[in-house]
Design a protein around this ligand. Structure first.
Ligand code: G4P
Length: 534
């Protein structure tokens, strides 16, 4: 049957009830707290305070290593599934630190929507803006939660204006705060005409919710002090005049974001946001792929790897590939084709990530995220199907912004180092280049912290102390183009040429001038700063 709104086939109910999303925010805005409350209402945890993997941004290196030690937990935190009302929520964690932006980008290829959390006192901050732009590249629908309304916050119109101006997206209020800071009493739920009152005494208590019959309902005055009520009526009237109403299609197109006001720590506004994700958030979407796109309702199963996490248990060199199911109804034990190698893979131990546990996934539907333990066959960007040679598109690899040479402390262990580096490259934790002249490797990352994390992980997981050292190179570009021209270019520029872990040719540069020179002297050679991982 066709859905009249979208003119697409109606999804099977199991797929239609799935909501797969990520939370984006600037560090400290309250992502961890909000996640915790989601899990609490999803019945996934019993008590708030159990989500131990806190926002990476505030972590020092030692905190990060500790987290690596607690990997079981941090991994389950990278994808979490729970039920809420009739919905199945799949929440995919985005690393908070800007050093991990590539990982974040890939994570956002696996979701259908994003929840943007902003701090009511701070508005749109730098990291919010960056992450928002990544969502924009994919036209992801965004739902906004303005947090910390229990504290002094900015004027609501000012916050909304800032989002509209800085992020170039229309904003529609889904709720409206009543009072500011210490006077904050709760919100008026615009979508359902209800009054939600915050209980400051009990942080885990769900707000009292009172049905209201329009803004003239005398019930309002029973609960809201007169001066605040007057202000609320004025502001709502103004909001109705100045701001667009909630247009579900504009939300799905990514041109309009509804905003809820609340306080995650006080459990306030969280349920309304969850209801919003369920009622207005997108169902599992079509994935672009080659040679055709994949629709979620297709009966054949397909999925793609957007993240690989290795050495979760250092005693066994296992890895878990995080797979977003793109179509069909997967059942444990199914044989799927690994499209890149054309080999069949029996998926016998897929994992589902619940809040603090992993458990065997007996089944999964389009929209779900499952983990597949493997020995390295599965790489980021890989597609799994029931046989058809489909490849999901759009999972990019970015040119690193920092390059360093790396050596094993013990030169006899060079082979071990190569193995470790290749593994991290496949995991997507770093770029590894083998220069065509000389020995050793060049490692490329996006942020300095990644070098430190890598050095510690190589030592911890492979027992191999390593040294990072300065490199003459500062950036890297993938080389493509007419074969003859590329060969000629490689021969004449050997000192700049290297290969990445896939064997693709990479030109290492010292200055922008190097790139300009190539563009001038080799018009048939193309240098690119991104490559698709497929
Ligand atoms: P993040 O993951 O986005 O980095 O933020 P996180 O949830 O860790 O929250 C950052 C800080 O803001 C925490 O305080 C948290 O308790 C606080 N917070 C979260 N939601 C609210 C809210 O609605 N109102 C108020 N007033 N504060 C909120 P912290 O002192 O840094 O950490 P903690 O000691 O509370 O754990």
């Amino acid at each position: 049957m066709l859905d009249t709104a979208t003119n697409r086939p109606e999804l099977p109910p199991e797929i239609a009830r799935r909501r797969t999303f990520a939370i984006i925010s600037h560090p400290d805005a309250g992502k961890t707290t909000l996640t915790e409350k989601f899990l609490l209402y999803g019945g996934a945890i019993q008590m708030a305070g159990q989500v131990r993997a806190k926002g990476e941004a505030r972590r020092t290196r030692s905190d990060f290593m500790q987290m690596e030690k607690d990997r079981g937990i941090s991994v389950s935190a990278s994808a979490m599934s729970f039920d809420y009302n009739n919905f199945r929520f799949n929440l995919v964690d985005t690393p908070g630190h800007s050093d991990f932006s590539e990982d974040t980008y890939r994570t956002l290829t696996a979701v259908d929507a994003a929840v943007m959390v902003i701090d009511g006192a701070k508005g749109v901050e730098s990291q919010t803006q960056k992450l928002f732009e990544v969502c924009r590249l994919r036209d992801l629908p965004i739902l906004t939660f303005c947090n910390k309304m229990d504290r002094e916050s900015r004027d609501v119109f000012e916050i909304i204006d800032e989002i509209q101006e800085n992020l170039a997206i229309d904003v529609t209020p889904a709720s409206w705060p009543i009072g500011v800071g210490r006077d904050f009493v709760g919100c008026y739920d615009i979508l359902r005409d209800r009054l939600e009152l915050m209980d400051r005494a009990d942080r885990n208590k769900v707000a009292e919710s009172i049905e209201i019959n329009g803004l003239d309902d005398p019930k309002l005055a029973e609960h809201v002090p007169a001066h605040l009520l007057e202000q609320l009526q004025e502001e709502l009237e103004m909001a109705r005049e100045l701001l667009p109403p909630l247009d579900p299609q504009a939300l799905l197109d990514g041109t309009l974001t509804p905003i809820w006001f609340g306080s995650a720590i006080n459990s306030f506004g969280v349920k309304e946001l969850m209801d919003g994700i369920g009622n207005y958030g997108p169902e599992p979407q079509i994935q672009s792929a080659q040679p055709r796109e994949i629709s979620p309702e297709e009966t054949k199963v397909s999925g793609f790897v957007f993240k690989v996490q290795a050495n979760m248990d250092p005693k066994h060199r296992d890895r878990v590939a995080f797979v977003r199911m793109a179509s069909g109804h997967f059942k444990r034990g199914m044989k799927l084709t690994h499209v890149r190698s054309k080999k069949p893979m029996a998926i016998s131990n897929p994992v589902l990530f619940l809040a603090s546990d992993r458990e065997l996934a007996e089944e999964a539907w389009a929209g779900d995220i499952i983990g597949i333990p493997n020995h390295g066959q599965l790489r980021i960007g890989d597609t799994l199907t029931e046989g058809e040679a489909l490849r999901v598109k759009g999972i990019p690899s970015f040119a690193p912004e920092l390059l360093q040479g790396v050596r094993a402390g013990d030169p006899m262990k060079a082979k071990h180092l190569e193995k470790a580096l290749m593994q991290f490259a496949e995991e997507g934790a770093a770029k590894v280049f083998k220069p065509s002249i000389g020995s050793g490797f060049i490692v490329g990352v996006v942020g300095q912290l990644q070098f430190e994390v890598l050095a510690s992980r190589i030592e911890m997981e492979y027992g191999l102390p390593v040294r990072f050292e300065q490199s003459q190179f500062t950036s890297a570009r993938w080389v493509s183009g007419d074969k003859q021209a590329v060969d000629k270019f490689i021969n004449a520029n050997k000192q700049h040429i290297s290969h990445d872990h896939d064997g693709d040719v990479v030109y290492l540069t010292r200055l922008q001038w190097d790139i300009d020179r190539v563009e001038r002297d080799y018009p048939d050679v193309r240098l690119t700063a991104t490559k698709e991982m497929m």
